[in-house]
Design a binder for this molecule. Structure first.
Ligand code: CP3
Length: 344
């Protein structure tokens, strides 16, 4: 293993590196002209995810351009509902759509055949590990059960995931069943990614921020803790980053309760609080993606604040959420240069 050269792996083991290594959530995406070109060739978005030639290509694009310290497998969190035959589509301008699930169909969900359906993703991971520079960490990922369940219940994105919150109060048994089923499937999926060559994995709980205190414990912490325990029991050396977007003060015990090695922070997390969280281990984040759209001073100041406040502890520099299609690729180059030039 060449882990010593993979800076992100070193930070995930608790080291402080100056300057900190970096990657960006959604670093392969529509802000890059070369992504749009491959996307047009691939046909549908899911075809892009399931065609290793294309998925490898778009994963590598931001690495070639910027030399990020990690490549993240190109796929989507919604390949799990797709493998569960929920008729997932990505429609132009509307985001993801699928058949909304009800109580009866939750109890009828069959996990058979899922790994066979996801075999092209593993092929992508294997090829990526061969093609990436040795110093580049390869990240696998999946959605957290709560976030994936919100899309499965509503059948599409919503501003506050009200349909899933309502469903959870009305049908607690079916909802618990769905979360635990997703936790088991997702843990197997992460283990398969690790076996195919992923160095570490990130669990995206992008909708953790809409949950009340008790629900955060039951729907966000519990299933993610189950997944991480399952992954670590089988692959003890695996490293896990858990990103609970919008969780705020509830992040205080999130690392301890889930067993994550590192926690991802969104841009609403105050840097003084982030420093407290960093005393317990590595943190990742947390630049507002809109600063990358704005560029100039707004970008520089945002970067410098994070480096000053968090750069003297274990930090993986990242955005607080995915980069948006409006971001200017030149601003990303400026970001990389500024982070790489930092020396306390
Ligand atoms: O570069 C990377 O980060 C890897 C690829 C990646 C994608 N989606 C590609 C994608 C990752 C890690 C994701 C995760 C994902 N997908 C999440 C969690 C992180 C987050 O952003 O909150 C969620 C909630 C999804 C579900 C999803 N996929 C939505 C809501 C959308 C539509 C919104 C949008 O940005 O278009 C997608 C589509 C999607 N996934 C695109 C990409 C590059 C854009 C689709 C396109 O190219 O047409």
């Amino acid at each position: 293993m060449s882990d010593e050269r993979r800076k992100i792996m070193r930070v995930l083991s608790g080291e402080t590196l100056t300057p900190p290594p970096l990657w960006l959530m959604r670093q392969a995406g529509r802000y890059l002209p070369e992504y749009r070109e491959t996307r047009a060739k691939a046909g549908s978005f899911l075809d892009l995810c399931y065609t290793p030639d294309h998925a490898v290509e778009v994963t590598l694009q931001p690495i070639r351009r910027y030399g990020f310290d990690a490549a993240i497998l190109f796929s989507d969190i919604l390949v799990i509902p797709d493998a569960l035959k929920r008729n997932v589509r990505f429609t132009e301008g509307h985001g993801p759509v699928m058949d909304p699930i009800d109580e009866t169909s939750i109890l009828a969900l069959k996990p058979e055949g899922i790994m066979a359906h996801l075999a092209p993703v593993m092929e992508t991971v294997r090829r990526l590990r061969q093609e990436l520079p040795v110093e580049t960490t390869l990240l696998g990922f999946c959605g957290a059960p709560w976030t994936v369940a919100t899309y499965m219940i509503a059948g599409h994105g919503t501003p506050d995931q009200a349909p899933a919150r309502l469903f959870a109060y009305r049908y607690p048994k079916a909802f618990e069943h769905l979360l635990m089923l997703l936790a088991d499937i997702s843990a197997d999926y992460l283990v398969a990614q690790i076996d195919a060559g992923a160095d570490a994995v990130q669990i995206f709980d992008s909708w953790a921020g809409v949950l009340g205190e008790k629900e955060f414990e039951a729907f966000a912490v519990k299933p993610v803790a189950k997944m991480i325990a399952s992954v670590k029991a089988r692959r003890p050396k695996a490293r896990v980053i858990a990103f609970a977007k919008g969780a705020g003060y509830l992040l205080k015990t999130y690392r301890q309760k889930t067993g994550a090695d590192a926690i991802g922070l969104d841009w609403s997390v105050p840097l003084a609080f982030a420093r407290e969280l960093q005393k317990d281990g590595p943190v990742q984040g947390n630049l507002d993606p809109m600063r990358v759209v704005a560029g100039g001073k707004a970008l520089d100041v945002g970067i410098d604040d994070i480096l000053q406040q968090l750069g003297n502890g274990p930090l993986i520099f990242n955005l607080g959420h995915g980069i948006t299609p409006q971001a200017d690729p030149d601003n990303v180059a400026r970001l990389v240069e500024r982070v790489r030039g930092w020396r306390n």
